[in-house]
Design a protein around this ligand. Sequence first.
Ligand code: ADP
Length: 399
Amino acid sequence: MPLIETHGLTKLYRMGTSIVRALDGVDVSIERGDFVAITGASGSGKSTMMHLLGCLDRPTAGRYLLDGRDVSDLSDRQLAAIRNRQIGFVFQTFNLINRTTALENVIVPQFYARRANTRAAALRALERVGLAQRAHHNPNELSGGERQRVAIARAIVNDPAVLLADEPTGNLDSKTGAQILGIFRDLSVQGVTIVIVTHEPSIARQARRVILMRDGKIVADQPAGPAPPQGRQALEVSEPAPAAESVPVAATAAPLGVAAAPVAESAATSARRVRGAIAGLTCSLVAVALLALALVVQQVVMRVYPVPTFDPARPQLPPLPVILAGLGVLAGLLTGLVLGIVGVAVSVGARRRLRMEPGYWTGARHVTAGLVLGGLAIVAAVGIPLAGIVAGLVLRKPG
Ligand code: ADP
């Protein structure tokens, strides 16, 4: 059974009144351990294909079977779970976290996959890309090629079913790019399925198989190699491939399985998500704190200034501090209510991004805490006055 299988995969985008056929009925099948390059001119549908294969988006029509499971119609949450468990991403801009070492960058996805022995596994992954000796360097102390190798180690550390790389050599010189391609080849020999997207024919040809796209369709699909192209549909990759300088991959590395979790992620994406999650949590926390403070102030003031029994014969206002405390409690309740609603709304937005973007669930706990506390603030802000009214009615002395 192929690892990846698509049938009539179609993606339409609406652009004003017209419909763009970004993918037009793509049938493709990729075996485990294959090393495939998807290439084609700008606008041919490569990125759309990558998004669908990476479970970042759903097709408009057609089916996508990943490891035998139809993932075409899954919910956002289910797609996120598939991305976490089965797909490793490598980006053109590496997307490493700058203030942490290479080793820590590779540890991160395991943390989100709740794995044990993360350090040993991260070191093994770095060994597999020939970078163990740089494990304790920060990304800004590494060359571009070394950074991309760290990103590859991060993508494979949880043994993904497939590694998707979007223009992985786009920021590298040709020699370093060839080294990165060498690493992909070595990994595919070890059983990792690799799909790269590149607009450069010379890079594409260093894969084992090259798929050429045009106008959302596959127009050529053939083994890569120096053989000259034939006819119009042949791949535009006729010049000889540069000799790829393969970086030695640790001979002792265990072959990669096709089981669980990967995920490299964009530091920018992660930061955006975390910002949203923290904003939601902060609003909810302030809401709860305000409500608690309002209640404490009210209790203290009422103990210090017991409200005299209301005498209709001699109507009088309660003492000023009691009035101020009452107004303060009201303001606290209203602000708590508004902040609680904002906290929940921001947390819901952060959760949606969390589910739709590549990478592990950075900020998931903040989002959950924001939702719970925001909900609590709303319930308290509405419930406290209601409880007060009900208590007043129930406890009112007859007559
Ligand atoms: P490539 O990666 O090969 O440059 P894309 O997959 O990005 O191609 O785009 C394929 C076609 O779909 C292009 O015509 C592009 O303009 C269109 N397209 C891609 N994404 C969107 C979108 N979100 N909305 C509208 N049209 C899109």
